[in-house]
Write a protein that binds this ligand. Structure first.
Ligand SMILES: [Zn+2]
Length: 331
């Protein structure tokens, strides 16, 4: 399949990509639809004293092929995938960006920070290499409603910045790190070592991470029977970080183990469950092989015990969680 992309076709994709970067930002060539109504944070009771808050913060629009490549292009090699994706001109509607707050008896853990209304402004891209800050608005369109900020979402959850004990970043794309500056300046941030390794291309916004001691790297030091090496975030070992590479090579997820069942806060490991089942590949993945391995790991977890995967841009998260917590209370 890889060889099915002929040389002239490769040139075509690269030329289209160059054209996309030379052209205006997505927001200008594909008229923005109205913003969806801002939904307020909702808490789901999971049992064992754990509550999970769904915090919708910001929205993104991406190319259809960014979300998922057509079957016949799913196997293009890693170097050509990005030009192929950029050659596509149909844009999705607004996709929600979810951040998650785990209210655990031991601590508050925030997973990701959502997208910011200031996406695309010089302030937002402060310190980010020019090529990346100029290119970003041509790869995605992103924003948030006025009142849709992390601070507001946390206060709806009855939590202030200072209460957050740890912020785990699944990865450092804009719609996950967008509101990192709204955290308390003492909140530790957990990122994988691989995510921090410099990359030539790719949309990791490492410059938005605070300098110094606050950024900790994930240490997967404990062996887990389902997930391999994990990093526990609670003394009771019921919340832990796992490695789910592919989307970025340093992408990580957070598991909430409820005994009989489990939840995987899976970031952009996929856009939805269907992609995992169908082995469908988004255009945006850094490494296809690792993406497929992560899909395998999520499917194996599902075989071990009932597992709910929550993806950042999945519009069915709330429905899935309602169903899950309903079954939980019956159990
Ligand atoms: Zn994302």
């Amino acid at each position: 399949m890889v060889n099915s992309v002929s040389f002239p076709k490769k040139l075509y994709y690269v030329a289209r990509m160059i054209g996309a970067f030379a052209g205006p930002a997505i927001a200008r060539w594909s008229t923005r639809p109205a913003l969806p109504a801002t939904s307020t944070p909702v808490a789901f009771t999971l049992g064992n004293g754990i509550k999970l808050w769904h915090l919708p913060i910001g929205v993104v629009r991406v190319r259809e092929w960014h979300r998922e490549l057509p079957r016949e292009l799913a196997e293009v090699d890693d170097g050509l995938r990005f030009p192929v994706m950029m050659s596509n001109t149909s844009i999705t509607g607004w996709l929600e960006c979810a951040a998650w707050l785990i209210d655990h008896p031991e601590r508050y853990i925030l997973v990701d920070t959502g997208e910011s209304i200031s996406f695309g402004t010089p302030d937002y891209f402060k310190g980010v290499p020019k090529m990346l800050s100029n290119g970003y608005p041509k790869i995605i369109d992103a924003t948030a409603a006025n009142e849709n900020v992390l601070t507001q979402a946390l206060s709806s959850a009855g939590v202030s910045h200072g209460d957050i004990d740890l912020c785990v970043l699944t990865h450092t794309h804009s719609d996950h790190i967008g509101n990192i500056d709204q955290l308390d300046h003492s909140t530790p941030i957990l990122v994988s070592q691989q995510e921090l390794a410099p990359v030539g291309r790719g949309g990791r916004l490492l410059a938005k991470l605070p300098q110094g001691e606050r950024v900790k790297t994930t240490a997967l030091t404990q062996q887990h029977n389902i997930f391999g090496n994990v990093m526990p975030l609670t003394k009771s070992n019921d919340v832990f970080v796992i490695s789910t590479p592919g989307h970025t090579v340093g992408h990580q997820s957070v598991v909430i183990d409820l005994g009989e069942r489990q939840i995987v806060i899976a970031g952009d490991a996929a856009f939805d469950d269907q992609q995992v089942l169908n082995k469908a590949i988004p255009g945006i993945v850094e490494n296809r092989q690792l993406t497929l391995q992560t899909y395998e790991a999520l499917l194996r977890a599902q075989q071990a015990k009932p597992t709910l995967n929550l993806f950042t841009h999945d519009s069915t998260n709330r429905r899935k969680l309602s169903e899950f917590s309903r079954l939980n209370s019956q159990a």
